[in-house]
Each structure stands twice: as C-alpha cells, then as structure tokens.
Design a protein around this ligand. Structure first.
Ligand code: NDP
Length: 284
C-alpha cells in the first residue's frame, strides 16, 4: 500500500509558485492576500499563522484585517468593502463561519469575483458548475484534484465515489471530477447500502467529517482512497474519515490525515492569489 503524501505535492507546487511570483515581481506585481478575521478563534489563528508563513516562503505578501466579534453589520460591510476596493490586495480570505449577527450572504454577493480566491461568490460557484476554468474553485476539492494529478492517478473513465455533498467539498468536487471524465457517485447521510456503493469505487474520496468511519468494508480491492476529513478521535488526536490501518488491508493507495489533502490546500490558495493578481493587473 502506498501513502499519498500531501507534503510531496506541496513541495512541487511550492517550486512552481516561487517561479511564478518571481516572474510577477519582475513585471512590478506584488501578489498580496488579505486575510479577514472577525474575532480570534484559536483554529483561525493557527491557520492564519501557517498561511502567513507558507505565503512568505513563496514570496506572496499577506495583510491581516482583524475585526472585533461585536462589530456591527454596517461597520463590517464598510471595512470589507474597502478591502475589496483596495488595489494592493489581490485575493481575500474570509474566515467563516462569521458570528451569527453578521450576514455572510451579503459578503458573498459583495466580494469582487476576481479577488474571491476561496469561492464564496455565486459567480465563482457557477463557473465551477459550468466547467469555466477562469473561476476560482474552492481550495479543498481542487487540492484533491491536484493530489491525484501529482501521483498520475487519472480519473478519466473511472468509477469514483465521493462521500459528502457539501457546497465546500462534495458538490464542487463532483464537478471537477466530471470535468476530468470520471463517472461519479455522490453519497450522503441518506444513501442506502453505503458500504456496497463505496466498495464498488475505483477511487473513493471521503469528506464527511466522521472520525475513522471508513473501514476496509467500504473499500474495494486496490482502490485509491482520498481522505478529506479532519476530525478528532476518542483519544483527542487528529484523524480523518478513514480508519487507516483497516483501510490499508484493501486500498492500494491512501492519503493520511494529517499530512494528506490538508497539506495541499494552502498552496492552492496561494496559486489562486497569483492568478487573481494577474487577472486584476490585466484589467487595469
Ligand atoms: P459538512 O458537514 O458540510 O458535510 C458533510 C457531508 O457528509 C454531508 O453531505 C453529509 O450528508 C455527509 N455525511 C455525514 N455523515 C455521513 C454518514 N454517516 N454517511 C454518509 N454521509 C455522511 O462538512 P464539509 O464538507 O464542510 O467537510 C467535510 C470534512 O472535510 C470535515 O471533516 C472537514 O473538517 C473536512 N475539511 C477538510 C479540509 C481540508 O483542507 N482537508 C477543508 C474543508 C473541510 P448530508 O448532506 O446528508 O447531511
């Protein structure tokens, strides 16, 4: 059984990004990500620190816009609008969910689709649906596709099962896989005979958020297994949706958690910032 390592994918993306950013800088473009955070949740702060470091490593700048959790809708929209209009900011990452009193929908329709590097805008969501590659797909499904591509796992003509139908992972992943000619089945909590359906997949991708639920019974002989889930097990340790040891008995390849898909997503985000910087500069 082969372990599909996110770090390996990230390393090759990193080299490519460094080259692209250098080329942009020679043209006078300094790609810059605006990170918008309301409050100070510890997981947001941890992600932010990691992103700032990884972006700096490839030469992309970051600016953090922090707002108090008590900010009013009007003040938040005013702040967000000025970031949206700031020509030095090329991509915007907004930590979600927002506090309940803030209207996320208002932000979705407000964000400049060219700066919407994490697919909040309905315009980018519809581009994913239409197979229009000028849009920005959500980073996690794109990270899955990048990982498969890196390891030369061609999805064309294959039976692929996706576990999960959320707007951030399952549904956009379905569209990206279809775009690469996979035959895709999307499962969810109401799917009947789940084990049977999953075990027929040549490639099984799990994005449910159910710790270690996917055991060998869900996996056909020599299937490729991609684990998108990020969960905590009974001992408080980070784990995926896949029970790695059990799954190893049937799978030919598996992505680990941590160290799989999650290690690739920030570099997809970085790639989107480089692209948004190019789009916005061309528009001037
Ligand atoms: P959601 O909770 O929005 O969606 C989960 C999906 O899984 C739903 O469609 C749900 O079905 C389905 N599901 C849940 N339980 C079962 C079950 N027992 N059997 C079959 N289907 C089930 O989660 P997200 O899509 O936002 O995230 C999924 C996982 O991916 C989470 O663990 C999250 O932490 C992780 N994640 C990882 C990222 C990364 O970078 N690696 C980034 C984003 C998310 P239904 O629709 O019927 O409720």
């Amino acid at each position: 059984m082969m372990v599909l390592k996110g770090a390996e994918v990230a390393a090759s993306m990193k080299e490519e990004l460094i080259r692209e950013v250098e080329e942009q800088k020679l043209k006078g473009i300094s790609p810059m990500l605006g990170i918008v955070r309301v409050g100070a949740r510890s997981d947001d702060l941890a992600y932010e620190r990691g992103a700032i470091k990884r972006f700096a490593d490839v030469g992309i700048g970051t600016k953090v816009f922090e707002y108090p959790e008590t900010i009013s809708q009007e003040e938040f929209i005013e702040g967000f609008s000025s970031i949206n209009a700031d020509p030095s900011i090329h991509g915007i990452l907004l930590f979600r969910p927002l506090p309940k009193h803030l209207d996320e929908e208002a932000v979705r329709s407000l964000i400049n689709p060219l700066k919407d590097i994490d697919c909040m805008s309905p315009i980018n969501a519809s581009k994913v649906f239409c197979g229009d590659e000028t849009g920005f797909a959500p980073c996690t499904p794109e990270a899955v596709m990048q990982l498969l591509k890196h390891y030369n796992i061609n999805v064309g003509g294959k039976r692929v099962v996706v576990l999960g139908r959320s707007l951030v992972v399952g549904k956009p992943l379905l569209m990206l896989l279809l775009g690469q000619n996979a035959t895709v089945t999307v499962c969810h909590s109401k799917t009947a005979n789940l084990k049977q359906v999953c075990s027929e997949a040549e490639i099984l991708i799990s994005a449910m958020g159910r710790a270690k639920m996917v055991t060998k019974d869900y996996i056909g002989k020599d299937a490729v297994v991609v684990d998108v889930g990020i969960n905590v097990d009974n001992e408080g340790k980070l784990c995926g949706d896949v029970d790695f040891d059990s799954a190893s008995e049937n799978a030919s390849m598996i992505t680990p958690v941590p160290g799989g898909v999650g290690a690739v997503t920030t570099f997809i985000l970085a790639r989107h910032v480089v692209r948004s910087a190019a789009y916005l500069t061309a528009q001037k």
